[in-house]
Design a protein around this ligand. Structure first.
Ligand code: NAD
Length: 256
């Protein structure tokens, strides 16, 4: 029997990139998948991909920085599938690259609203439902930028450090209630986000592979599926003793 048969998994920002790969992996493992994104087209496409592969999924539009949207998202998941077992707080933005002295307040606010406050709002709502059901597993998307600094990315770095702090706190507060909260810290992963960062850093003169491959000790950037494998494992019964962990999945980036 598939590992997540009869379980429900909710993934924010799953209309593209790492979130989509995670949604597809959960579906392949038998979960009922709640695909959510601020952009309907990408989310509907992920659902269509899951249906085509014979899986079960629904789409719900939600902006993770809006508490009413987040409450409706979790309630919608429970309405449709009866319960919430796994949640992946993945939605995030990279914002604009600039040294701190040139950063705008608007860029800081936008990044913190989605990456930090969005993770807080989602955690809060997911935990409330999981408490009522007696447990669950949650994975937050931090980054190698949650572990070390990256010149030009101060608001993003701050937001991803915040995600690690919230992960640890939630783990301490709810571990005994059967809710396991962990964080993953990807290195460079081949998605739109990394393309945008490479574009901004090189003025479009180099691709994300050209710019980022040599920076990873393994010799190349990663795929969304390589992050999804870790996320789905962390939500599985095989990870039953994983709590409050902060795990790089980064081709050796932070080992340097
Ligand atoms: P992506 O840009 O490819 O996908 C992000 C998805 O989130 C998009 O579908 C987007 O529409 C959605 N989204 C954006 N704002 C939203 C909001 N307010 N509410 C709901 N959905 C929203 O990015 P990705 O590379 O797949 O990144 C996923 C996560 O992984 C992010 O949290 C990112 O910070 C993190 N991450 C990515 C990398 C990388 O190299 N790609 C590295 C480390 C961490």
């Amino acid at each position: 029997m598939a590992m997540f048969s009869g379980k429900t998994a909710l993934i924010t920002g799953s209309g593209a990139g790492i979130g989509r790969a995670t949604a597809l992996k959960f579906a392949a493992e038998g979960a009922n998948v709640v695909v959510s994104d601020i952009h309907a087209a990408g989310g509907e496409e992920t659902v269509a991909m899951i249906h085509k592969a014979g899986g079960r999924a629904m789409f719900q539009l939600a902006d993770v920085s809006d508490s009413a949207d987040v409450a409706a998202l979790v309630a919608g998941a429970v309405d449709e599938y009866g319960r919430l077992d796994c949640a992946v707080n993945n939605a995030g933005i990279e914002g604009r690259i600039a040294p701190l002295g040139d950063q705008t307040e608007a860029n800081y606010d936008a990044i913190m609203a989605i990456n930090a406050k969005g993770t807080f709002l989602c955690l809060r709502e997911e935990i409330r439902h999981m408490l009522a059901e007696g447990g669950g597993a949650i994975v937050n998307l931090s980054s190698v930028a949650g572990l070390i600094g990256f010149p030009g990315l101060s608001p993003y770095v701050a937001s991803k450090h915040a995600v690690i702090g919230m992960t640890r706190n939630a783990a301490l507060e709810y571990g005994k209630a059967g809710i396991r909260v962990n964080a993953v810290c990807p290195g460079g992963i081949d998605t739109r986000m990394l393309d945008s960062l490479a574009d901004q850093a090189t003025g479009g003169s180099r691709s994300s592979q050209q710019m980022m491959d040599p920076l990873h000790p393994i010799g190349h950037i990663g795929t969304p599926e390589e992050v999804a494998n870790l996320i789905v494992w962390l939500c599985s019964p095989e990870a039953s003793f994983m709590l409050g962990a902060v795990i790089p999945v980064d081709g050796g980036f932070v080992a340097q």
